[in-house]
Design a protein around this ligand. Structure first.
Ligand code: ASP
Length: 478
């Protein structure tokens, strides 16, 4: 009697521990449900980067492998993992027979499928899924257009903004005018205006500016200090401008490689015939298009169905390879496409994503494993561990491509300093030429015993008006 009382008491305590804890917190629930999990489980997965990949030593690694080891630790079970024999995710044939990981679960060849296996209605009717451990959608994977840089006839103008080009033209005209002025004012450049031709005519001054801008040393060479100041400043301006142009042009050419060939949406795929498109055979993506009522998606399905031998691929990696090697767009799950685009900088995923879906861990129908696994997955979410795993496996190695994407033409404010220096140089040249002329007028005034002012205005008159001597000179030297 005493013994049976103790037994009943112990049973009541055990029962209270289980039910009471279930109501209070998840940790104790885990304790109870842990006992429902067999000590050793067989797990199936599929080779898809970065979910499961084989290392050089033949072992498996990846996001799903890490996730499975976390779950096994939390729920205290051992496991053996293998890759699905037929390489499929799972779809039903006409006779109602399932292939892939779903088939293995149904035939009890595996207890769990830990893989990027999409939760769908048809699958949910045949097997059980945990709550999703990852959300995704359907995207388009494309090769970056490598030759689009050449398709812009006037692409060579793009390195500089419109405002900068206008600024350069204005600077060129002003500099040529200043040179023309200085060459007239400066006595060292034009000592005898009455019987000597000025080498810097307006046309020659414009020609000199162009020569410097294209790094072609052109005649006439300046002789006076003032004209030399202007020439040197213009040379410096030209060199800086050319360096900025070359650098910007190089990154412009690289950035145009990021342009996708005019495909930004699923509808764009149907509007062109240059690029073939397809998806994974027997996949949830293919079925999404098959059962969709959206007319665009129906047309995509009809296109793929008509050419199924040509456009459907057997594995995700085959799809990726086809995108890289030919004119092919791969429709697949965006999360996997993001991974390949982050590793292969020649690939890009277009921004449009359709058909939101999730990946879940699968077990046989009504399996007692589902609930503890769901709780363990939620725990992984809440502790930030899934976020950490995502960061670990989706690390981006295409940083250069990101930089190229942010390319912008050079703006006037970037080269503002060189415009300022040019302005100062031109002003300095004009002032020096003026001083040179004043000095010459002073000495002329002393020599000819005139006032400084009249000598100066005579000089100006000779330099900007046509004297009789000049006219006769022009007749002699056409
Ligand atoms: N994860 C998918 C599946 O379960 C594959 C795909 O649809 O691209 O079928």
């Amino acid at each position: 009697m005493k013994k049976s009382l103790v037994l009943v008491f112990a049973l009541v305590i055990l029962w209270m521990e289980d039910t009471g804890a279930e109501e209070s917190d998840g940790f104790h629930l885990k304790g109870r449900t842990k006992r429902q999990i067999p000590k050793s489980l067989t797990v199936t997965t599929i080779l898809e980067q970065p979910f499961a990949m084989t290392t050089d030593s033949g072992e498996l690694e990846g996001y799903c492998v890490d996730l499975l080891s976390e779950l096994a630790q939390a729920l205290e079970f051992n496991y053996t993992i293998h890759v699905v024999k037929d390489g499929h995710y799972g779809s039903k044939d006409q006779n109602g027979v399932w292939n892939g990981m779903v088939g293995e679960i149904i035939r009890k060849e595996a207890d769990l499928a830990v893989a990027p296996l999409t939760i769908t209605t048809v699958r949910e009717n045949a097997i059980s899924f945990t709550k999703p451990f990852m959300q995704t959608g359907i995207g388009i994977l494309l090769k970056k257009e490598s030759s689009s840089g050449g398709s812009y006839l006037f692409g060579f103008l793009n390195p500089f903004s419109k405002e900068l080009w206008i600024g350069i033209i204005i600077s060129y005209v002003i500099t040529s005018l200043c040179l023309f002025l200085v060459a007239r004012l400066s006595p060292c450049e034009w000592a005898e205006p009455s019987n000597e031709q000025n080498q810097y005519t307006l046309l020659n001054s414009l020609w000199f500016g162009i020569g410097a801008l294209t790094l072609q040393g052109v005649e006439p060479q300046p002789k006076s200090v003032s004209a030399r100041i202007i020439a040197v400043i213009w040379w410096l301006f030209s060199i800086t401008l050319l360096a900025a142009y070359v650098a910007s042009f190089a990154s412009y050419v690289n950035s145009t490689k990021d342009l996708t060939p005019n495909i930004e949406t699923f509808a764009d795929l149907l509007k062109q015939d240059k690029i073939e498109f397809g998806t994974l055979a027997n996949s949830s993506t293919f079925n999404f298009f098959k059962y969709s009522k959206n007319p665009t998606f129906r047309m995509i399905y009809e296109y793929m169905d008509k050419r199924k031998d040509r456009v459907l691929v057997k594995s995700f990696s085959e799809g990726v390879q086809r995108v890289r090697d030919s004119n092919y767009a791969f429709l697949g799950e965006s999360i996997s496409q993001d991974f390949v685009a982050a590793k292969h900088c020649d690939l890009v995923r277009v921004p449009e994503i359709i058909g939101g879906r999730g990946y879940g861990i699968a077990a046989s129908l009504d399996s007692p494993l589902i609930r503890p696994l769901t709780i363990a997955i939620l725990e992984q979410f809440e502790t930030g561990n899934l976020e950490y795993l995502h960061q670990k496996w989706w690390e981006n190695t295409c940083t250069s491509a990101q930089t190229q994407a942010g390319w912008v033409p050079v703006q006037p404010h970037t080269l503002g300093g060189i415009f300022l220096i040019l302005g100062i140089g031109l002003a300095l040249g004009l002032i020096v030429s003026f001083i040179e002329l004043v000095c010459k007028s002073k000495s002329k005034a002393v020599q000819q015993q005139k006032s400084c002012c009249s000598a100066f205005s005579e000089e100006i008159g000779q330099r900007f008006g046509k004297t009789e001597n000049q006219e006769s000179l022009e007749k002699v030297q056409p």
